[in-house]
Unconditional design. Structure first.
Length: 634
């Protein structure tokens, strides 16, 4: 893949994932009418966008630095006087990335700050502090290793739908998920010993909402958590987290999924009897010892680390500069890090498979759940495959074989739906009837210089976010996707989605939307789900049918667009790598004929992995991996 193509991939990905816009804004001036009296002290905000009020960069926990690194978050201390909340807080420590990384950071360079546990609040302008409005808490995506809250503007959703909107930052990468035996000493609870610090940050943010949101006119007894991609995964983990019980009352998962790493993968060395991940905490400690010059090589580092008292190891790690720890990890060019995240530890989160946990009524926090995926999730990155899309004059994309392009996109997106929406819905409805499922189908992008973006991109990953927030002002690049020509249809669709999301937040059921004038959104029972599109695409409508692993496999086998077994196995291989609907062990036996003739590791896909760097499950990044791997398949 050429550098030119890579730049095009990154640019479009950042644009259409709705994670690229103008530099984070500041509130121009404080407004005395926005003074709010909180337990930690008075805070003042100002005028937000869309007729809202906004308070930005409010700390909800102490900075997790020094002895507080790799500890459960602690409440923020009181401040004196009136705190100005006019600018977003610093992003958490991460690599710079064009995929929604820290503002102003150069791709691949360390950025951010450990003092990052802040949140932002938007309210309608007319809402007095005594009002009890539903609260909508947004959790950003980014593979749990990049991203920050200032990508999202909650002003329109708050003002239009009379909600209090909160966006939250949480520790990322090795600061959010790091499990090492030496760090468990002195931990106050089993949840702190879990290593799921990013998850505990989100729990603590919800505790802040419970204790403070009434000061902004919000109802602490009616809190909806919502997130997309890795943010959607984090919503699932909060559904499963016992410490989060009672802190929220509805949940929305957009293009998320269920995955976890075992404690052994998180902390064991790669050559232990039970091998750990290649970037486990033990492997990182060995790498850091060598970088410090305290060990000649890995074997020497392993001997020296085993001889160090646990207290010395913990003190050494906590004394390291944050960027030194970050750079011990090998990032992908996206800035994301391939490392263990979200540990099925049996304390903060259930042990074992998370979907199986959702099937046990006692194992999760029963609240109404709204969950869905996008029709063309994977097309966001498929155009980077030179066997599917060629570039004319190095930058004009053209689909080479549209039927095969559509086939591959269809099965990758359907496998995502199995793993991220329908499968979890089936598990949850065994004990919870208040589950609502959707699919986002909007595909009305323009044709630019002969490139039909509605075919190349379609209803790609992240495209639903501006519709939910009613915020399409994403800068120059976004204006190429969201045009005046498609404005009437998308604004009407956005109005419908905002109305459904708000009614769900208000009552626990999307119903006919907040205005009562939309098609009735029925619960998931028997596979009923809502499709979101403009009238030109069939409109907002209910449909029926459960997407299953068996259906996807059978349809791949029967698909005339995949005439050879090699074609079919290529799709099975992508699905296995992307969706965990199939596993590596399943792959040789996939379909009627199996794929043993085309071994899983026979394709030279590792180089493609290294080009853009992909998270093996994060809803955004997994498809990048699948599509890039396909670029070098035989």
């Amino acid at each position: 893949m050429s550098r030119t193509r890579l730049r095009v991939v990154v640019l479009l990905a950042a644009t259409v994932a709705c994670q690229r816009h103008r530099a984070p804004y500041r509130i121009a001036s404080a407004d005395q009418a926005t003074i709010r009296h909180l337990p930690a002290g008075d805070v003042i905000g100002g005028e937000g966008r869309y007729g809202s009020l906004a308070w930005l960069g409010i700390p909800y926990a102490k900075p997790p630095v020094g002895e507080l690194r790799w500890r459960a978050p602690e409440p923020a201390g009181r401040w004196s006087g009136t705190r100005e909340a006019l600018a977003f807080g610093a992003p958490c420590v991460q690599y710079g990335s064009r995929f929604g990384g820290a503002p102003g950071a150069r791709p691949g360079e360390p950025a951010g700050d450990e003092d990052c546990l802040t949140l932002n609040v938007w309210t309608p302008r007319a809402a007095p502090a005594a009002t009890k409005l539903p609260v909508f808490v947004w959790i950003h995506g980014g593979g749990n290793s990049i991203g920050h809250a200032s990508f999202y503007d909650g002003g329109n959703l708050a003002a239009t739908e009379s909600l209090v909107v909160v966006s939250v930052q949480y520790r990322l990468g090795p600061f959010g998920w790091f499990r090492h035996p030496a760090l468990r000493a002195g931990a106050a609870t089993d949840t702190e010993r879990s290593g799921n610090f990013g998850t505990l940050d989100l729990v603590h943010a919800l505790e802040w909402v419970r204790d403070n949101i009434a000061g902004f006119g919000g109802d602490p007894g009616n809190v909806t958590i919502a997130g997309e991609s890795a943010g959607g995964l984090n919503v699932f983990t909060l559904l499963l987290a016992r410490p989060a019980r009672g802190l929220f009352h509805r949940a929305i998962v957009e293009s998320g999924g269920l995955w976890s790493d075992t404690p052994a993968a998180a902390e064991n060395a790669a050559d232990d009897p039970e091998p750990g991940h290649a970037q486990s905490s033990s492997e990182i400690a060995l790498r850091l010892l060598q970088r410090d010059g305290r060990a000649r090589d890995r074997a020497d580092a392993k001997t020296r680390l085993a001889a160090m008292p646990g207290a010395d190891v913990a003190a050494w790690l906590r004394a390291k500069p944050a960027r030194e720890i970050l750079t011990a990890y090998k990032p992908w060019p996206t800035g994301m890090i391939d490392m263990p995240r979200v540990f099925s530890d049996g304390a903060a989160l259930p042990a074992g498979d998370f979907r199986a946990a959702l099937e046990r009524p006692e194992a999760w926090n029963h609240v109404p759940v709204l969950v869905g995926t996008n029709r063309d999730e994977n097309k966001l990155f498929m155009f980077a495959d030179p066997r599917r899309v060629r570039l004319i004059l190095w930058f004009l994309p053209r689909v080479i074989d549209e039927p095969r392009y559509e086939a591959s996109s269809e099965y990758l997106a359907r496998s995502w739906k199995v793993a991220g929406a329908d499968g979890p819905a089936v598990a949850m409805t065994a004990s919870e009837p208040r589950v609502f499922v959707y699919r986002f189908d909007w595909r009305e992008e323009p044709t630019l210089l002969g490139a039909d973006l509605s075919t190349i991109l379609g209803a790609a990953h992240g495209f639903e976010i501006p519709f939910v927030f009613g915020h399409f002002d994403l800068g120059r690049e976004g204006s190429r996707i969201f045009t005046r020509a498609n404005e009437p249809g998308r604004q009407a669709l956005s109005h419908a989605m905002m109305s459904y999301w708000a009614e769900f937040a208000r009552t626990g059921a999307p119903g006919r939307g907040r205005g009562g004038d939309l098609p009735a959104w029925e619960p998931w029972a028997d596979g009923r789900s809502m499709v979101f599109d403009t009238p030109a695409g069939g409109g907002v409508r209910m449909t029926a049918g459960i997407e299953t692993r068996e259906h996807v496999i059978a349809d791949v086998d029967a698909d005339a667009r995949l005439p050879t077994q090699r074609d079919r196995c290529r799709v099975f291989r992508e699905v296995a790598d992307f969706g965990r609907m199939l596993t590596r062990a399943d792959y040789p036996h996939a379909g009627r004929e199996g794929c043993a003739e085309f071994p899983y590791d026979a394709y030279p896909w590792a180089e493609a992995d290294a080009i853009l760097g992909i998270d093996p499950w994060n809803a955004l990044a997994r498809e990048v991996r699948a599509s890039l791997q396909a670029t070098t398949a035989p």
